[in-house]
Design a protein around this ligand. Sequence first.
Ligand SMILES: [Fe+2]
Length: 390
Amino acid sequence: MNIRSFEIPTVMKHGLGAINALADEAKALGMKRPLIVTDPGVVKAGLLDRTIKPLQAANLDYVVFDKVVPNPPIALVNEAADIYQREDCDGLIGLGGGSSMDTAKSVGVVAANGGSILNYEWASPQPIKKRIPPTICIPTTAGTGSEVTLWAVITDPERKIKFNVGGTALIGAWLALIDPELTFDLPPAVTAATGMDALAHAIECYTCAYAQPLPDSVALLAMEYVGEYLRVAFAQGRNAEARYKMSMAAMLGALAYGAESAGAAHAMSQSAGGVHNVPHGALTGRLLGPVMEYNYLGEPHKFARIAQALGEDTRGLSVWQAAEKAVEAVMRLTEDVELPTLQALGFHEDEIPMLAEIAFQDPQTIGNPRDLSVQSYVQIWRRTFEMGKK
Ligand SMILES: [Fe+2]
């Protein structure tokens, strides 16, 4: 029997200026001394100040851990979890991009379940037994959607891989507080990379073998928003409508991703992200077009629908022609928002056999819309390098 389910424990609240409601929301969840988990970039951008202002105004005590790094390693999570314990904290506020929110959720896993985050690498049976303490996730980018996913991605420097923690509602944030104003001053390169990550979540989940109606429907709207607003947000950082829609695209794409697996682009970027420490969105976005070019043969009708969601005119076209348009649309978008090439990200062609091998080992290889072998990954990596030579 194959029973499908969709579950999310996270309340989603969003709006321009939503950050000002933080103290009330934290108190409503019973927090008296939350640990704010964030990174130096967020502090420098002045977003930590904006976050603590409502807490101070409401006389709510808090502790700050601001040492999160991109692709957070095991030791960092365990260090923050020690501080949580030592400082007698009773809740978590994850403020930042995917790395800060994933770290906050992971600290919650350790705080509730004990030990090291390494003990909670996803496996069957599920190693997480207890729900994380009250946790509010506040995204400062529009891409990862970690505020609504049931996953955290942690780096193991020893094995040179990233591993997944979660796959259970026990790790879900209690509240996602989404304020698109926090993304207004993101540099264009970050807007581009994170927005393409949101698109990758939507496209990969919509086309993967685990697709089901609820995630599929939110994934399609995420694609529409990215197709219509990513270029605008990239070009006009303070365009409120574009920023709002991109924040929603990230949330919707992640709702699809949070309950499902992704596909080859994420298998490649997550495994390769353990080799070179590069922005997840930039690498995933760069791989998305070539992966779709490889994949569309498997699900032509779905790829035709993606083309429509991205605003392509498919009238009078065969299904195959329309499906190809989806690939072209993503390739064009990748160039329009100036995503870095693999070469610029520091990858070398002589790494292809190794990169193909580790991608094939990634669990997200299973469920990809077209069958994959190590050789097919070699082909996709090679194609992506070629695009960087033009
Ligand atoms: Fe992603």
